[in-house]
Design a protein around this ligand. Structure first.
Ligand code: HEM
Length: 300
């Protein structure tokens, strides 16, 4: 598929997609699934040959069968309900928008979304995504292959694992479910810092034993604002891998609409203007009449 033309019609569909996604992610409580769909589609990117990335190829049968994508068929099927209402929006844009909206409706940071990703039906190779069994250097290499090489961004993105934190088992060490399992916050860092060595997953161990990673884990665990700020930037970067997306103008308002007063104050001001013109006209007519009368009196 060719690059989508991001014109006014496209931007209107993106607005509609955002509203639809908000409603269905909230009602289906599927924010984690949608975030994982967006991440798994994007994280295949290879910056060396500009292959893969957020291009919707995750919907192909072959890519959906990759071990790392187990369970994501459901996510693509859910997105089909939204896609059916939209003629133009690419799958690539839809999946990334779903990731952004998932964070937003769960109390996470606002992530800027720029549209314009094109779709591909070319499945990415298997084994490009990080594995839970890998250590710090492999994780770093995989992110670097994607073009994400700053440790603070890698650690911020891993905050997304707050929803997959114990990976398949989200209860805590005492078997208790978190109070609000669907809230997006910095609890992932707090949780892994409180775990003892024997109960850590390799990815958690990597984040804690590598001193540079650990510095950011500690910072984000204490300062949610700093986590949200870095997360929003890293997520935007992840969602745009392989693209140079430009900010588009908001959909244009027709000229006559633009000239219409918008709020009550502008309307009042417009009325005031009309009343002013009316008063000046009446005064001019009266003065003209009085002047004419005076002239006539003088003639007599
Ligand atoms: C860095 C290395 C990462 C590894 C090794 C990893 C691996 C995994 C695995 C094995 C699961 C469990 C899948 C299942 O339910 O079978 C999972 C879940 C999840 N991952 Fe990742 N992931 C990583 C990074 C990320 C990032 C960066 C994000 C988001 C930005 C993310 C978002 C998620 C979410 C939201 C889930 C939960 C999905 C659900 O409950 O339906 N992951 N991850």
């Amino acid at each position: 598929m060719a690059e989508p033309v991001v014109d006014d019609e496209y931007l209107k569909e993106i607005d509609k997609a955002r509203r639809e996604l908000r409603a269905f992610i909230t009602s289906n409580q599927c924010a984690p699934l949608m975030l994982r769909l967006a991440w798994n589609d994007a994280a295949t990117y290879d910056a060396r040959n500009r292959a893969g990335g957020p291009n919707g190829s995750i919907r192909t049968d072959k890519e959906l069968k990759h071990e790392a994508n187990e369970g994501l068929l459901k996510a693509t099927q859910l997105c089909e309900h939204v896609k059916a209402k939209l003629k133009k929006v690419s799958y690539a844009d839809l999946y990334q928008l779903a990731g952004v909206v998932a964070i937003e409706v769960s109390g996470g940071p606002t992530i800027e979304f720029l549209p314009g990703r094109k779709d591909s039906m070319e499945s990415s190779a298997e084994g490009l995504l990080p594995d839970v069994k890998q250590g710090a250097s492999i994780i770093r290499n995989i992110f670097s292959r994607m073009g994400i090489s700053d440790d603070k961004h890698i650690v911020a993105l891993c905050g997304g694992l707050t929803w997959g934190e114990t990976l398949k088992d989200r209860s805590d060490s005492k078997g208790q479910w978190p109070k609000d399992p669907l809230k997006f916050d910095n609890s992932y860092y707090k949780k892994i810092l409180s775990k003892d060595l024997s109960s850590r997953l390799p990815i958690e161990d990597a984040l804690l034993t590598d001193q540079s990673f650990r510095r950011h884990v500690e910072e984000y665990s204490k300062d949610e604002n700093s986590f949200f700020k870095e997360y929003a930037m890293s997520h935007k970067k992840l969602s745009e891998l392989g693209y140079n997306l430009k900010k588009q103008n908001q959909s244009k308002v027709p000229d006559e609409e633009q000239n219409q007063p918008k709020g009550p104050y502008e309307k009042l001001n417009q009325h005031r203007g009309l009343i002013g013109i009316g008063i000046v006209s009446v005064v001019t007519v009266i003065l003209g009449y009085l002047l004419k009368r005076k002239k006539n009196q003088l003639k007599k």
